[in-house]
Design a protein around this ligand. Structure first.
Ligand code: UP5
Ligand code: MG
Length: 352
């Protein structure tokens, strides 16, 4: 038996303020079977189906898909599904995430991109530091997290980012130092994922010894409460444990542009500039793509149902309903090691 869920929780509460209505999202869950819940699945898969649809059936197709997706959940191993029907990509502002360890040079390269390419730079860390100093109720909590090198809960960070995005009215944003963990990624995907197109991730790669020297040097004058050796070590640990999986996730999505951040600023900049050029090409191709929907199906791999089998099933059903050639389906699978939180998801609690 199936039931529909609406988004819940603290993150979901932010949705109303972020241009809700431009896109829709539906979640379907397979009712948990008592025998299945006793043993946790050994591994989890996200099958992602991307559907391109002829313009004339677009509305009918979206309606049909939300109902049809429940049939996929009858296949072996299927646990839940999410249908994303994005607003036209052409109208979405574009986002580039900028990641890398503490002191890797994210802020330095972002300043150059702003100067030469006209992006709006939003440093999550700067926004949090400003919020900390604003005297707001959550200032003390943010202060603790930053000193301890821990990652502030996503509700706080996403709200600050989206407020800044809305206030700016720009079309291209560099989001510096975010998303830093699966909680950040999940929060972003739920609240902003449909409103903003992610064109790429700039990843500045730098070893700890280089970053440590830079941060200690900067700490002589920066006034940052986390530019001391104790906080720096904690920041490194958090980065290694929590942020590197996010970089790997985007690498898997073929969105990550890895840049050696150890070299001189100008040399790094040459690679940054080239990567921004490639990301602009991605934005252009996103804008050229017609209306599409995306279905994420969450599955255990025991027993396995392949993404291509799901794609074939959707393809055949769509052809029967709308005629041949109206809908094309491509598929891929992402294996998720530790947790499905990156993909939503307190609604899919059966996974964790
Ligand atoms: N420098 C830069 N590039 C150089 C180069 N190529 N050669 C030689 N020197 C170079 O650079 C650091 C220093 O190195 C500078 O002195 C620079 O001149 C020199 P910078 O460009 O500032 O590096 P950056 O990667 O931006 O380092 P930063 O310290 O800002 O990185 P963090 O990721 O640690 O800091 P951030 O401000 O993003 O986050 C701080 C804290 O906020 C986090 O630890 C966390 O507690 C919190 N936070 C969240 O909780 N959530 C978020 O989403 C974001 C932050
Ligand atoms: Mg920075």
């Amino acid at each position: 038996m199936l039931r529909s869920l609406s988004l819940r929780g603290a993150v979901a509460r932010c949705v109303a303020g972020v241009g809700a209505g431009a896109a829709s999202l539906a979640v379907a869950l397979r009712e948990e079977h008592p025998a299945q819940s006793a043993t946790a699945p050994s591994s989890k898969l996200v099958h992602e189906l991307t559907l391109k649809v002829s313009g004339e059936i677009d509305q009918d197709f979206r309606y049909w898909l939300n109902t049809y997706v429940k049939e996929l959940l009858q296949l072996p191993g299927m646990q839940g599904a999410k249908v994303l029907t994005p607003a036209a990509a052409a109208s979405k502002p574009g986002v580039v995430f900028v990641l890398g360890g503490p002191g890797a040079g994210k802020g330095t390269q972002c300043s150059l991109i702003v100067e030469k390419c006209g992006y709006t730079h939003l440093s999550a860390g700067d926004l949090l530091r400003a919020e900390r100093s604003s005297g707001s109720a959550q200032g003390k909590m943010i202060d603790e997290y930053i000193k301890e090198g821990k990652i502030v809960p996503v509700e706080v960070t996403v709200k600050l980012l989206l407020d800044a995005i809305r206030a700016s009215g720009g079309q291209r944003f560099l989001i510096d130092g975010f998303p830093r963990n699966t909680n950040n990624l999940s929060g972003w995907q739920q609240v902003a994922g449909e409103e903003l197109a992610v064109g790429g991730v700039l990843f500045f790669d730098c070893p700890e010894d280089v970053m440590e020297l830079r941060l200690l040097e900067r700490g002589k004058t920066s006034g940052r409460t986390d530019d001391n050796i104790e906080s720096i070590k904690k920041r490194f640990t958090t980065y290694k444990n929590e942020t590197t999986p996010i970089i790997a996730y985007y690498e898997h999505q073929q969105l990550t542009h890895k840049i050696d951040g150890t070299r001189d600023i100008e040399v790094v900049w040459a690679d940054t500039q080239a990567a921004v050029g490639k990301i602009e090409a991605t934005f252009a191709s996103l804008a050229a793509t017609g209306p599409a929907a995306c279905v994420q199906v969450y599955s255990t791999n025991e027993p396995a149902t392949s993404a291509s089998k799901l794609a074939d099933k959707v393809s055949a059903a769509a052809a029967a309903r709308f005629g041949e050639g109206k809908v094309s389906v491509s598929s891929r699978s992402l294996e998720v090691g530790a947790s499905l939180k990156a993909f939503d998801l307190d609604a899919l609690r059966a996974f964790d």
